[in-house]
Design a protein around this ligand. Structure first.
Ligand code: NDP
Length: 315
């Protein structure tokens, strides 16, 4: 049968390109989980996605209520849920002050990590009960959270410290808006959130792979320098970043190519190994990449998991 894949943030960039690649394969029905219904509908049409190949369901990851509502709405569709892709993200590199989710969490970690954490935890039940041959939960990571790479060493570097800000609620009033309890820095908050994404994927693997048979994976699809992720950056940066990535770092990848890579992680029969962080080399061949020390710290993964459970009301 056709597989059903949920993709968060499928209204632009990598999420849209992946939705398009899966829909074009004819083997997938895509549930586009998006905060802006109309934008998603226009994007799917403009991408030429066949009408019956996708369903748009509203999801605002900046609200835990919206996440719970989404889960209930998706179940109401009566489709099996075979693959879940946590892709949506916000990046606020120039923000001077933190902004907050409906539940009062700093926005980047609130959306990129906590919203997805609740979503993934809820949908694990559905993945478990699917009869699809290869069920997968994929969380999009990033090189920038990996301090064992050149890109990951551009300051401000990701660092979750002793998690004191997360433990205190990440709310910017009673506690710091940063996971490590430090001063707010939008670029660092994004990188920290990506470390949480990679830690979460591994913790899922350790806790649930054997029991559920679900494949848990993360990936760095390459630098997609043209996506909306950089919309809040200064204009000169947005102008220079794509050619810099193309000609200097050579890490540049088009949205289309990155979408094909993520679609492989969704559907390739050869990519069923769980607990893996996938990357691609210059020839576009996938390989199992190494995570930085912090992003593979099992003790930290467990602590992030437990603190996140409390914040999203699961513990
Ligand atoms: P985009 O900004 O193009 O896409 C992000 C998507 O997330 C958009 O569809 C956006 O919705 C959605 N989103 C943002 N906030 C919310 C929310 N509160 N609720 C629901 N959806 C939301 O960026 P990319 O395609 O580049 O990013 C996709 C993923 O790829 C991210 O996880 C990012 O960290 C990762 N990544 C990107 C790289 C790059 O070079 N671009 C490199 C490595 C990883 P809307 O359309 O409404 O704004």
């Amino acid at each position: 049968r056709t597989g059903t894949a949920i993709i968060t943030g499928a209204s632009s960039g990598l999420g849209l390109a992946t939705a398009k690649a899966l829909s074009e394969s004819g083997k997938w029905h895509v549930i586009m989980a998006c905060r802006d219904y109309l934008k998603a509908a226009r994007a799917a049409r403009a991408a030429g996605m066949a009408k019956g190949s996708y369903t748009i369901v509203h999801l605002d990851l900046a609200s835990l209520d919206s996440v719970r509502q989404f889960v209930s709405n998706v179940r109401g569709l009566g489709m099996p849920i075979d693959v879940v892709v946590c892709n949506a993200a916000v990046y606020q590199p120039t923000a001077k002050q933190p902004s907050f989710t409906a539940d009062g969490f700093e926005l980047s970690v609130g959306v990129n990590h906590l919203g997805h954490f609740l979503l993934a935890r809820e949908l694990l039940e559905d993945l478990k009960s699917s009869d699809f041959p290869s069920k997968r939960l994929i969380i999009v990571g990033s090189i920038t959270g990996n301090t064992n790479t050149l890109a990951g060493n551009v300051p401000p570097k990701a660092n979750l410290g002793d998690l004191r800000g997360l433990a205190a609620g990440l709310n910017g009033t009673a506690s710091s808006a940063m996971i490590d309890g430090g001063e707010f820095d939008g670029a660092k908050a994004y990188k920290d959130s990506k470390v949480c994404n990679m830690l979460t994927m591994q913790e899922f693997h350790r806790r649930f792979h054997e029991e559920t048979g679900v494949t848990f994976a993360s990936l760095y699809p390459g630098c997609i320098a043209t996506t909306g992720l950089f919309r809040e950056h200064v204009p000169l940066f947005r102008f220079l970043f794509p050619p810099f990535q193309k000609y200097i770092t050579k890490g540049y990848v088009s949205e289309e190519e990155a979408g094909k890579r993520l679609a492989q992680v969704v559907s390739e029969p050869s990519l069923t190994k769980s607990g893996v962080y996938w990357s691609w080399n210059q020839n576009s061949a996938s390989f199992e990449n190494q995570l930085s020390e912090e992003a593979s710290d099992t003790e930290k993964a467990r602590k992030v998991w437990e603190l996140s459970e409390k914040l999203v009301g699961l513990a």
